[in-house]
Design a protein around this ligand. Structure first.
Ligand code: PEP
Ligand code: MG
Length: 313
């Protein structure tokens, strides 16, 4: 059965013609990292550090943070990489000691990387802790900033990360970042597309609004065009561009993303096998045709139908 096929999948992921695709897990803490490391994943594409801060009323010390980060890096050893995301506080992720109170529009306010404009030390302590964790585990940490809007922000973040020997990247979650992905790539080593927020900001539809789910759908062709622009920019300079939003866990959409030139997909560990199985059933040429079909569609429903036709014939 299909279920048995999925359960038996052991990786590594390739298309049926042998093109490799990096499949990564999204994790939140040492326990989820240890569980993910047992499975067929190439590493972690998104370690959401804010989840570890949610319970605290005060900022964890550098030592406490270093312990936590080492606990996440450790299970992946030296041969699989972990991408740690710096604190993404604000809006849908309120953190007691970091979130700006009383904003009119918190989704458009001082959140994510923007918190460091006024208070750079919180970000700097996080980077210090990650450097210590990397040294302890003997690995080279990748680190990325959320909610980056401009190339200048990417440059500033990259400088801070490189100063500590960390490999810098930024998330593409704001349309401005996708449109100017080639500029961001002048400063960072990789990009990671957060389709949850990229969809929210492209469609101007709150990701938490249950009555707007037809708009907060990553199959929206406008969102996919921004993903395609970002992937093409990475391909042009030979730098990796991943997707770490919910879109990566949809097996058919995963084929579309690969067809656009996305090099890695990061998702809940439980979704990895189904995506690996689907990729193994299609050729690179089919993925490229699926991408073209989705980009040419007028709405998510038409995009899904056109892609199913290309992939399943
Ligand atoms: C995203 O926005 O797609 C993402 C991966 O980050 P988060 O869901 O944590 O905002
Ligand atoms: Mg996000």
């Amino acid at each position: 059965t299909a279920r048995a096929e999925v359960d038996a999948w052991t990786g590594p992921a390739t298309t049926s013609d042998g093109a490799p695709v990096t499949l990564l897990a999204n994790v939140a803490d040492p326990a989820s990292a240890a569980a993910a490391a047992e499975g067929p994943v190439d590493g972690v594409g998104l370690f959401r550090t804010e989840l570890a801060f949610l319970a605290s009323t005060t900022e964890p010390s550098v030592e406490e943070q270093a312990d936590l980060y080492a606990g996440v890096l450790g299970p992946f050893g030296t041969d699989r990489h972990v991408v740690t995301r710096t604190l993404d506080a604000g809006s849908d992720k309120p953190i007691a000691f970091a979130t700006m109170p009383d904003e009119e529009n918190p989704a458009l306010g001082v959140r994510g990387y923007r918190l460091s404009f006024d208070k750079p030390d919180l970000l700097e302590r996080q980077l210090d802790a990650l450097k210590i964790a990397g040294e302890r585990v003997g690995t080279h940490p990748w680190v990325m900033a959320p909610m980056i809007a401009t190339a200048d922000e990417a440059a500033d973040f990259a400088a801070k990360a490189r100063a500590r020997g960390l490999k810098p990247g930024v998330m593409v979650e704001i349309p401005s970042a996708a449109l100017l992905a080639h500029q961001l790539l002048e400063h960072v080593d990789f990009l990671s597309i957060g389709t949850n927020d990229l969809t929210q900001y492209t469609m101007a539809a709150d990701r938490m609004a249950t009555d707007l789910t037809h708009l907060t759908d990553p199959w929206q062709p406008a969102v996919l065009h921004l993903v395609a622009i970002t992937a093409a920019a990475g391909r042009a300079v030979g730098k990796s561009v991943g997707v770490c939003g919910e879109a990566a866990a949809d097996p058919q959409l995963a084929c579309v993303l690969v067809g656009m030139g996305v090099t890695s997909l990061s998702m809940a560990a439980a979704s990895v096998r189904a995506v690996g199985v689907q990729l193994g059933k299609v050729t690179t040429v089919q993925c490229e045709a699926a991408a073209e079909a989705a980009l040419g569609a007028g709405d998510p429903q038409a995009a899904r139908a056109a892609v199913r036709e290309v992939l399943e014939g």
